[in-house]
Design a protein around this ligand. Structure first.
Ligand code: SF4
Length: 346
């Protein structure tokens, strides 16, 4: 791993030539190890009920928003709409409420998702190993979990009620996922919550440790930048476009085979610019509210978790990727039905 002081120096160095050199190294590593494939996914929010109080999040339990969770019929409606756009790789999300979104509810969503999508990932509250295992056997192949910030004191200030106050339980979540047999784990911090170089150093250290202990897992990193809530009095750390670009370059150079995700939190210009630096997975045409694809028609009343900055439809994202010389990939994973695994028994 790169020493902390060196990482901090890189993030503080805004000399144009230095940044261009770093970007060239990232581009070279990306071409050497990853080729030109970029996979496309979309999120579907199942529920915005949440028992936690993360002060930076619009879903936190104190927010007077309309709460909703999808019924099975509504899940079909949302997923059919997403599938009709060509998406085959889905990320299912819930707020953090075991009561309102128990594992059985998540599993029922996975069973419905299987009828539309070959690849299903989750971004839900942290679970136990046997629960992850149950969802893996139901058809889940990836889980996203962000530590938010690795700074324990800052974490304590920002997560003030609910199960998420338990820093260690969250920190140990990627390991529980790895033990369950799930194929891919996506990790990250919410940039802006704490000092960036410290958080990124801890994130890279955590990833490096997991790679050594669980080498069979595919890992990916995300660098979401916090979009502060309106009228929020919480102090945040500014994360510039240049810093984000440098983080992506660093991740690519230090972890040549690890995936890098870039969501629609970022504007089109940033996403287009970041792609050649080693981004491997992008979301497209995302809606970040419950029922946002098919059930709601007035954006003012959607209560999204965050505002989408890139509203380009899937076809436009595909055209952009092709213009830049990338291969847009909708399906890079297909589960083999259990009965096909015993073909050579005789
Ligand atoms: S970040 Fe997640 S756990 Fe925290 S309030 Fe928002 S939805 Fe709930």
């Amino acid at each position: 791993m790169i020493p902390y002081e060196e990482l901090k120096t890189i993030l503080n160095n805004n000399d144009r030539r230095f940044i261009e050199d770093l970007a060239q190294r990232a581009r070279a590593v990306a071409v050497q190890f990853l080729g030109r494939a970029v996979s496309i996914y979309a999120p579907v929010y199942l529920s915005n009920f949440c028992d936690n109080r993360c002060v930076y999040c619009g879903f936190n339990r104190e927010m007077g928003i309309e709460r909703k969770k999808l019924t099975p019929e509504e899940m079909h409606s949302e997923m059919a709409k997403v599938a009709a756009s060509g998406i085959r790789n889905i990320l299912l999300l819930t707020g953090d409420s075991r009561t309102m979104s128990p594992v059985e509810y998540i599993k029922s969503a996975v069973n419905i998702a299987k009828t539309y999508f070959p690849s299903i990932s989750l971004e839900v509250y942290p679970l136990e190993v046997d629960e992850y295992r149950e969802l893996f056997l139901a058809g889940v192949d990836g889980v996203t979990v962000y530590q938010e910030t690795y700074n324990k004191e800052r974490y304590r200030q920002l997560h003030i009620a609910g199960k998420k106050t338990d820093y260690n339980y969250r920190y140990e979540t990627p390991e529980r996922i790895a033990k369950s047999g799930i194929r891919t784990i996506s990790m990250g911090v919410l940039l802006g919550l704490s000092e960036v170089s410290e958080d990124i150093y801890q994130l890279f250290t955590h990833l490096e440790w997991l790679e050594k202990k669980y080498p069979g897992v595919e890992y990916s990193l995300s660098f979401p930048r916090l979009i502060p809530l309106k009228n929020s009095s919480v102090d945040y750390y500014e994360v510039s476009d240049i810093t984000l670009i440098k983080l992506i370059c660093l991740a690519r150079v230090l972890f040549p085979r690890v995936g890098i995700n870039l969501s629609t939190r970022e504007k089109p210009q940033i996403r287009n610019h970041a792609l050649p630096l080693g981004v491997t997975r992008i979301s497209a045409a995302s809606r970040t509210s419950v029922g946002g694809y098919s059930l709601r028609h007035c954006e003012d009343h959607e209560n999204p978790q965050f505002e989408v900055m890139d509203n380009r439809p899937v076809a436009e994202i595909v055209a952009m990727l092709q213009q830049q010389g990338f291969d847009p990939v909708f399906t890079d994973w297909r589960r083999i039905p259990a009965e096909n695994l015993h073909m050579n028994d005789e």
